[in-house]
Design a protein around this ligand. Structure first.
Ligand SMILES: [Zn+2]
Length: 238
């Protein structure tokens, strides 16, 4: 019988799993360090950015079913560590999480894609559903399918903040920094007067995370950032 201490050691180990790139079709093993596992739906959200070892495509892959098998022990351990606080789990590679219900139902990533595909086919010009579908595809690790949808959303709503942020993040992950900078600069314009569709984070937390990415990209490119951004981050550090 393992004690709580041993569980902690186990939960810090990377999850090594086969992943098949949807762009080139090659399968390799990857080490993952940042996974949210949802006990209720037995689904997992991979936070790690996975770059194909063959073609360099970012976050566009099929998760082989082996990951569910690798995560079964975690499902078993979670009820035994449920009294741990969030800060005690900060260095765990797999943490328990929850999903926001859609239409009153908690769905897996795959079910969420199907749900929004249905909505999008009924309302193909509604930015709300276009962004919903794009987000669900991104979460299901189909970034190359999500990207054109964010651009489509901007055709119907130039102030769709979600679209600029997601396009910027994806460009940054691909190391297309100039493109990322341009999207972040657009997002900055619409921070107060834009439309938020699926950004549920508390405003200050969202703003801080966004500004950090904006500054990272700007510094790498030696581009300017608005003074307000630097002031905000300095204030947050205190
Ligand atoms: Zn590939």
């Amino acid at each position: 019988m393992l004690g709580k201490k041993d569980y902690r050691g186990f939960l810090r180990e990377p999850v090594i799993t086969p992943i098949t790139c949807l762009h080139c079709g090659r399968q390799y093993h990857y080490e993952l360090y940042d996974i949210i596992l949802i006990p209720e739906t037995r689904d997992s959200i991979i936070i790690d950015v996975v770059v194909c070892k063959h073609c360099g495509t970012v976050d566009h892959y099929e998760l082989d079913s082996e990951i569910s098998i690798s995560l079964l022990p975690h499902l078993w351990v979670f009820p035994r560590i449920k009294d741990l606080k969030a800060e005690e789990m900060h260095d765990f590679t797999v943490v328990p999480g929850d999903v926001r219900p859609i239409d009153g139902k908690k769905m897996t990533a795959r079910e969420t894609v199907e749900y929004y595909e249905g909505k999008f086919s009924q309302h193909p010009t509604n930015p709300e559903y276009i962004i919903g579908l794009a987000n669900s595809l991104r979460q299901a690790k189909r970034s190359e399918d999500a990207e054109p949808l964010y651009k489509l959303a901007l055709q119907y709503d130039k102030k769709a903040l979600d679209a600029y942020i997601n396009l910027g993040q994806m460009a940054q992950a691909r190391n297309h920094l100039k493109e990322a900078y341009n999207y972040f600069a657009e997002a900055y314009q619409f921070l107060d007067k834009g439309n938020y569709y699926r950004i549920y984070q508390e405003k200050d937390i969202f703003k801080t995370a966004f500004f950090e990415s904006f500054v990272d990209v700007a510094i790498a490119l030696d581009e300017p950032v608005p003074l307000e951004v630097m002031e905000w981050l300095e204030e947050m550090e205190d």
